[in-house]
Design a protein around this ligand. Structure first.
Ligand code: ZN
Length: 326
């Protein structure tokens, strides 16, 4: 018994060490690795993006402790036999922390899903090679071709069949972009918020011409960091300039749609439809993005042990990473 306890303590210590190593490695220069992703979804129009901090309460699941999200990601990596060093988003890097907190649920996906191997895809080639490795299943739904990872597609079709049996349906909200996207899509969507906001704040005198031009010219990752820094000063980049850009679009390379594990459903507002999707492993994991569902391949009761906590908002329930604030 004592031996087992020692073993457990050693494992925990090793986990913490790995986390620190991973942070150092990534911080030192871009070792890519594993985890997380984001969601992102940019493309939803204004009405579906609700006030980000409208969380009314955080539900405690009776008798169940919610795991810490970063530890759950490391455990998920270990379960998959993936390297646990060099792969993680560095939780101390403010950009990575925000990406993990806003879109990170996909990193603990199971049920036959292949989570993205890195925090933020940096190039179109990285996205393409991941999508090739994950494999793409294609299906027509409501006259629109939808592409997802095979396990995610099977679960979606099963959910749809169950919905049909109840007189309901599950259909894509925004054409084929409701599921698979490419890197260029995430850049285009990001720019659709970034560029008007730079103009707006320059017009307001809050940014000089030079500052706006400097931000516009930055490479994607640095640009995200610069935007988040400006937002700390109240210079917001969402569509109406009132909140963070991340509640409006995903950072480039950080959308769960790139991982083929996200689907935007037209029927998201119907709680019965959400329950059907949940029974098949599909949950809403990005709290400002109402139509956006993530394939986690898990039962709802498993989510707390995977580092996800349930929050109830005016727009219904979301399962989000149980992480420290950015
Ligand atoms: Zn989406």
């Amino acid at each position: 018994m004592k031996k087992a306890n020692n073993k457990r303590a050693a494992a925990a210590a090793s986990l913490i060490l790995k986390l620190v190593c991973a942070a150092l490695l990534v911080g030192a220069g871009g070792v890519r690795a594993l985890a997380a992703e984001g969601e992102g979804d940019v493309k939803h129009k204004a009405p579906v993006v609700s006030a980000p901090r409208e969380v009314i309460n955080t539900m405690k699941i009776a008798g169940m402790k919610v795991a810490k999200f970063d530890e759950a990601v490391l455990s998920a990596l270990a379960r998959r036999g993936a390297p646990t060093t060099g792969v993680m988003c560095d939780g101390r890097d403010p950009v990575a922390r925000r990406i993990l907190n806003e879109y990170g649920a996909v990193f603990v996906a199971g049920g036959g899903a292949l989570p993205p191997p890195i925090c933020i895809f940096a190039t179109a080639a990285e996205v393409e090679s991941f999508q090739l490795a994950a494999r793409v299943a294609s299906q027509e739904i409501g006259g629109i071709t939808i592409e997802l990872q095979p396990a995610a597609m099977r679960a979606l079709l099963a959910a749809r069949a169950e919905a049909h049996s109840m007189g309901l349906d599950v259909t894509p909200r925004d054409g084929s972009e409701s599921a698979r996207r490419g890197y260029a899509d995430t850049i285009r969507l990001w720019n659709s918020r970034l560029l008007p906001a730079l103009e707006h704040w320059r017009g307001q005198g809050r940014l000089t011409h030079e500052e706006a031009e400097r931000v516009r010219a930055l490479p994607a990752r640095e640009q995200v960091a610069a935007v988040l820094e400006l937002e700390r000063r109240g210079i917001y980049f969402s569509k109406d300039f009132s909140k963070s850009i991340l509640y409006s679009v995903a950072a480039p390379g950080a959308s769960q749609h790139l991982s083929l594990l996200a689907f935007d459903a037209a029927e998201y507002a119907d709680e019965r439809v959400r329950r059907v999707l949940a029974r098949h492993g599909w949950f809403r994991t990005v709290r400002s993005d109402c139509p956006h569902f993530t394939y986690l391949g898990l039962e709802e009761r498993q989510l707390p042990s995977r580092g996800l906590k349930r929050v109830n908002t005016h727009d219904g329930e979301f399962w989000i990473p149980n992480s420290p604030a950015a």
